[in-house]
Design a protein around this ligand. Structure first.
Ligand SMILES: [Zn+2]
Ligand SMILES: [Zn+2]
Ligand SMILES: [Zn+2]
Length: 314
């Protein structure tokens, strides 16, 4: 069983409870003020509750150990969770833009301003503390699920701050057009944050090489190749990281005369070095090869694949 990360679990559960409280405050603020900006804020909050629920579920799922049906474990759910957070923030951005354009056309009218300002400021304050806390726990515990949830909560703070600014400015200047300007600015900002989360999610789904892990692994292999005590050469290094596990595969080349026992022992030493060099956990799969008869042994694989030649994989 995976180590249950208490800090991350607590942060996510607090996040879920607070999102429910924050939703009720925002709904109340809208019904009091009838401001467009306040409505888009509340609409985002509804989706936010679902997003956090999904994130909490994804977190528990990602902790499950590998099983017969899921031999690579459940950690890739993280990319979906982060992607869902990103998509929801993007959608919120569009909702704000849409509402803003609609109010430009129809003209906005705002009521009970003081009460609305107080409620939204309270919601923003609570979310600012929550978002900072969840983001910090996520960064410390290297949990991208928590990081994305923290960021999501903080983008909500900016939405509320935007609305409060609007209401205060209108209160003092009477310039109702302000609602529209600030709403646009907030929409653009939160969509930028969403873009970054979506990029993370897509890179994960596409197994884009993790540059830090790559550097660490190549350093070991290069150094040991130069020393020449463990193996003659290496190639076909491939790795991908999901959650806290990096899956690695590579070929190691040994002198033809070396026994399987000895080469396996040396390969296992390399395996240990690579695991130690990574921040994440790792599962390493090494294909052992003899130096001189390597090419001829691999002849049998030529043309074996129906569509893509093995040579097309770097
Ligand atoms: Zn090879
Ligand atoms: Zn072995
Ligand atoms: Zn081979």
């Amino acid at each position: 069983m995976k180590k249950h990360n208490k800090a991350v679990r607590r942060a996510l559960l607090i996040s879920l409870s607070v999102s429910l409280i924050s939703l009720s405050i925002k709904l109340a603020a809208f019904f009091t003020t009838h401001s467009v900006a306040a409505l888009s804020d509340a609409a985002e909050s509804v989706v936010h509750v679902f997003a956090v629920a999904f994130v909490v579920y994804g977190y528990y799922l990602s902790l499950r150990p590998a099983d017969e049906k899921h031999p690579f474990g459940y950690e890739r759910i993280e990319f979906l969770s982060v992607g869902a957070e990103g998509s929801i923030i993007i959608a919120a951005g569009f909702t704000i833009l849409y509402q803003t354009v609609m109010s430009m056309i129809s003209g906005a009218e705002i009521q009970n301003m003081e009460t609305g300002i107080g409620m939204l400021a309270a919601a923003a304050g609570i979310n600012a503390i929550l978002g900072t806390y969840v983001l910090r726990v996520g960064r410390r515990e290297k949990s991208m699920i928590a990081v994305s949830n923290g960021k999501h909560t903080l983008t909500d703070v900016w939405t509320s701050v935007g609305v409060v600014t609007v209401l205060v400015l209108i209160h003092f200047t009477g310039w109702v057009f302000m609602d529209i300007v600030v709403s646009f600015a907030v929409a653009i900002y939160i969509m930028w944050e969403a873009y970054k989360l979506l990029r993370y999610s897509l890179r994960g789904i596409m197994d884009v090489r993790d540059p830090e892990a790559d550097k660490a692994l190549r350093n070991i292999l290069q150094k040991e190749k130069e020393k020449g005590e463990l193996f003659v050469d290496w190639h076909h290094l491939r790795h991908r990281t999901s959650g806290n596990t990096t899956w690695v595969q590579l070929h190691l080349v040994f002198p033809d005369g070396m026994s399987l026992k000895e080469s396996h022992e040396k390969a296992t030493v390399v395996e240990r070095m690579m695991i130690d060099a990574l921040d994440s956990d790792a599962v390493i799969n090494i294909h052992l090869e003899p130096h001189e008869s390597h090419e001829s042994a691999h002849k049998i694989l030529e043309g074996a694949n129906k569509r893509t030649s093995l040579k097309d994989y770097i």
